[in-house]
Ligand binder design. Structure first.
Ligand code: UD1
Ligand code: UDP
Length: 414
């Protein structure tokens, strides 16, 4: 594994129980080889949240907070899939998330290497911790690994952001989310389409809960922190600009694709400044393709949550391939040009300001936006149902009921 920080325990438990300051129990070569000894059952232990990558932190924060308000026992396990301060710790500092009880430090690697390391680390963790329920978020490798390990240890799983489908199996996220939904005892959906996908795939309706969008809880709860004037001054931002982010493998892994996208972004920069916090995945390829070789391209390190959403809020338009950013622009009503052939979040098109675009359409659409012609999408005026800042509370209410009487809704007939 490359870039794998060492596993470490940390203090400030999610349930406020305080630091233990010791390495996670059970983390020895012997116990790694022993068969799982998990002897709990639904409701036997605490709720354990698994987070690992940037979007997970934004989604988990309101759920952890709502469960804390109800006094439920919980812990946060960080897998360490993302580990740079700007991809990880900054979100804990900004979003009121308690410092994780443990950081497994799995780091980066190929899908197989990373997923194997995640599964090995999580199996040890679950075996020693005996959770009553594991909560996983979104569609990253940490989500899939936690779902698989929990299911094999007969630990119930709740999936937050269940049922999204791009129907594009070339995306690792599509694999991760579909498998996770099959494993989950509780599926928390952000949109009516997601409920429909789950039902169509045979997920029992009593396992599906339409709760709204916890990523939007975080956004709405932070609105008074998005000080656009202060950010402009601090980052010396141009008067008007397009904000850009790219990290999908389909956009940043192949040097030919990257070269084409860089040329298009430069065509955009011919018209308006482009401010781009660069995700580490694409940094080397985008730099090699000369991304910074235009005087109106402004490249930044990844931003913390508050700075990034402030950047988006003050922008003329956004160019992205991020899932979360499609949702955030839907609420902020900033025109969003999504450089993808599909989206697992079509509600951001029907109820938001999102449009799927090819790279060749990009410069022309930006010039239309600058001419005040908009995106030509037929978005309805209403925001998506239940994207009202209360998804975390709804999830906590379901989990509170479930932990009181879990057997009735168990997926695997335990
Ligand atoms: C992962 C998720 C993706 C999600 C994205 C959010 C998977 C398969 N992919 O993609 O669904 O949209 O996170 O940002 O789970 N790196 C660093 N520092 C870090 C983290 C990563 O430099 O803190 C670099 C490493 O070179 C690494 C590469 O980024 O190899 C990719 O990281 P990885 O977590 O494997 O996937 P992402 O592309 O970040
Ligand atoms: N984000 C951030 N800083 C950045 C870019 C994005 O805080 O420099 C936030 C963004 O507002 C959203 C989340 O990260 O809340 C989305 O993560 P990402 O785009 O990495 O993943 P995806 O949503 O595509 O899985």
């Amino acid at each position: 594994m490359s870039s794998a920080p060492a596993a470490r325990a940390s203090s400030d438990r999610a349930d406020g129980a305080g630091a233990d300051g010791e390495a996670a129990p059970g983390r020895t070569a012997e116990s790694a080889l022993a068969p799982p000894s998990y002897a709990g059952g639904p409701g036997a232990g605490e709720i354990v949240h698994i987070v690992g990558a940037r979007p997970n932190f934004v989604k988990a924060a309101p759920v952890v907070s709502a469960l804390a308000a109800r006094g439920l026992r919980q812990s946060v396990v960080h897998t360490g899939q993302h580990y740079d301060d700007r991809m990880s710790a900054v979100f804990f500092r900004e979003l009121g998330l308690p410092r994780p009880d443990v950081d497994l430090g799995v780091g980066s690697g190929s899908h197989a290497q990373q997923t194997a390391a995640l599964m090995t680390g999580l199996e040890e963790e679950f075996t020693s911790r005996s959770p009553g329920l594991v909560v996983v978020y979104g569609d990253v490798n940490s989500t899939l690994a936690a779902g698989l390990v929990a299911a094999k240890l007969h630990i119930p799983v709740a999936h937050v952001e269940a049922g999204l489908r791009s129907f594009d199996w070339s995306m690792p996220e599509e694999v991760n989310r579909r498998v996770t939904d099959q494993l989950a005892d509780l599926c928390f959906a952000t949109s009516p389409e997601a409920v429909g996908h789950l039902a169509a795939e045979g997920v029992a309706v009593d396992r599906i809960h339409l709760v709204g969008n916890p990523m939007i809880d975080t956004l709405l709860g932070s609105l008074d922190r998005f000080d656009t004037a202060a950010l402009r001054e601090r980052l010396d931002l141009p008067e008007s600009y397009v904000a850009a982010t790219l990290h999908r493998p389909a956009n940043v892994d192949d040097p030919d694709v990257v070269a084409r996208l860089v040329a298009r972004l430069h065509e955009v920069a011919d018209q308006i400044d482009v401010v781009m916090p660069v995700h580490p995945r694409g940094r080397a390829a985008l730099t090699a393709a000369g991304l910074d070789g235009h005087p109106r391209m402004h490249l930044l390190e990844p931003l913390g949550y508050v700075d990034f959403v402030t950047l988006v809020r003050a922008s003329t338009a956004v160019v992205t391939d991020s899932g979360g950013v499609q949702e955030e622009t839907t609420i902020l009503r900033v025109p969003c040009l999504t450089l993808r052939p599909n989206t697992e979040r079509p509600i951001t098109i029907t109820h938001g300001s999102n449009r799927l675009v090819t790279d060749s359409e990009l410069p022309g659409l930006v010039s239309k936006i600058l001419a005040g012609e908009g995106l030509g999408t037929a978005a309805v005026a209403d925001v998506p149902p239940l994207w009202d800042g209360r998804a975390g509370e709804r999830i906590a209410a379901v989990l509170a009921d479930w932990t009181a009487a879990p057997a009735a809704s168990a997926n695997r007939g335990a």
